[in-house]
Ligand binder design. Structure first.
Ligand SMILES: *Cc1c(COP(=O)(O)O)cnc(C)c1O
Length: 348
């Protein structure tokens, strides 16, 4: 069976060079390499960290750490960076999930919920030790704008601000100076097999973590210590670290990727503008993410399009959570080619 082109937000379509570099990793013996060996450090870990910094425009003083997933990112932040005050501001399922995981560790965590049709309610925010934000809420495809992120930073310079960037990291620019901890999994915008995450920290976050060393195997302080030697605390996902460095090194800079994705998203929106049958889940265009797009329509039409897509070897993403029944989602990630997007539009 030919593999389907997946427009699911994640796991999503793989970067087209993943197969090539997987084979290369096997041939070079990387899949049985010791994760503390000099070869791992010099041939895999250091090149990947350097490529990430360069391709994603990560500031020199921010620390890049390898984790197992975005979900682990929630756990690490809660274990290592929060004594008592954690404020979670969200409008969908992933923000909610991060809040619940944090509550298990920090029972005093609080939430501000808002709807997917309004901008993040700045005036409701109160000062807190940790402020948790979701860049693109993948469940409903909203994006918190750079202006809002920068404004929150200016109002709360001493808070630790975390950003779940699972469906934006690798696709659009992160306003790094506005946030202290950015985390993501690799199976979405980065186009890799699932099973690895990234956690990228400001000096302020690292300083705070060091005041609060804990015994968690993946505490931020321990991860940071290990990364001084470009290593991890546990036997890590060597293959994905290798794939990440190699695939990103071949790609455009993040600013040209963002430009491309924004232009393609605009084309998709223009295509369905004014359609009777298909509406955009997110009405205000300034709230839409360029990386994931949600169309709302009758449930029976969704079934028709999903079936038609399958006949053409394409997999359309289901709606998520509250929007599962009457929306479909289209991932617009860097690894999707223009031709693939055109093929999808042709059947919709
Ligand atoms: C997919 C996703 C997650 C969870 O990712 P895992 O790899 O399952 O940990 C968290 N947050 C957002 C915004 C996501 O899109």
């Amino acid at each position: 069976m030919a593999s389907l082109i997946s427009f699911y937000p994640g796991p999503s379509r793989l970067h087209p060079r993943v197969g090539h570099y997987m084979q290369e990793a096997v041939e070079k013996g990387y899949l049985s390499i010791n994760h503390r060996s000099a070869a791992f450090v010099s041939e895999i870990s250091i090149p990947t960290i350097e490529t990430l910094r360069d391709r994603l425009d990560i500031p020199m003083d921010y620390t890049i750490l390898f984790t197992s997933s975005a979900t682990e990112g929630w756990e690490i932040i809660a274990q290592s960076l929060i004594a008592s005050e954690s404020l979670h501001i969200f409008n969908g399922a992933f923000g909610e999930r991060g809040y619940h995981y944090t509550q298990n560790i920090v029972p005093t965590a609080t939430a501000i919920r808002y709807t997917h049709q309004e901008a993040l309610p700045m005036t409701k925010i109160k000062i807190a030790e940790h402020i948790a934000l979701t860049h693109c809420e993948t469940s409903n495809t909203t994006l918190v704008s750079e202006e809002i992120l920068v404004a929150i930073r200016e109002l709360y310079p001493d808070s630790i601000i975390s950003l779940d960037a699972t469906s934006t990291l690798g696709g659009i620019t992160i306003p790094w100076r506005a946030v202290d901890v950015v985390y993501a999994s690799v199976q979405k915008c980065l186009g890799l097999p699932a099973g690895m995450g990234l956690l990228i920290c400001s000096p302020q976050a690292i300083a705070k973590a060091k005041q609060n060393p804990n015994k968690h195997y993946n505490s931020l302080a321990t991860l940071h210590d290990r990364m001084q030697d470009y290593q991890t605390t546990y036997t890590t996902n060597v293959l994905n670290i290798y794939l990440l460095g190699k695939t990103l090194a071949e790609d455009d800079t993040i600013s040209s990727k963002e430009k491309h994705l924004r232009a393609r998203a605009a084309e998709i929106y223009a295509r369905f503008h004014g359609s009777e049958e298909k509406r955009f889940l997110i009405q205000d265009q300034s709230l839409r993410s360029p990386t994931v797009i949600a169309l709302q329509m009758a449930a029976d039409r969704i079934e028709v399009y999903k079936k038609k897509a399958l006949e053409h070897n394409m997999l359309i993403g289901n709606g998520y959570g509250a929007w599962a029944g009457d929306t479909l989602r289209i991932a617009n990630f860097p690894q999707h080619t223009d031709a693939e997007i055109q093929n999808l539009l042709a059947i919709l």
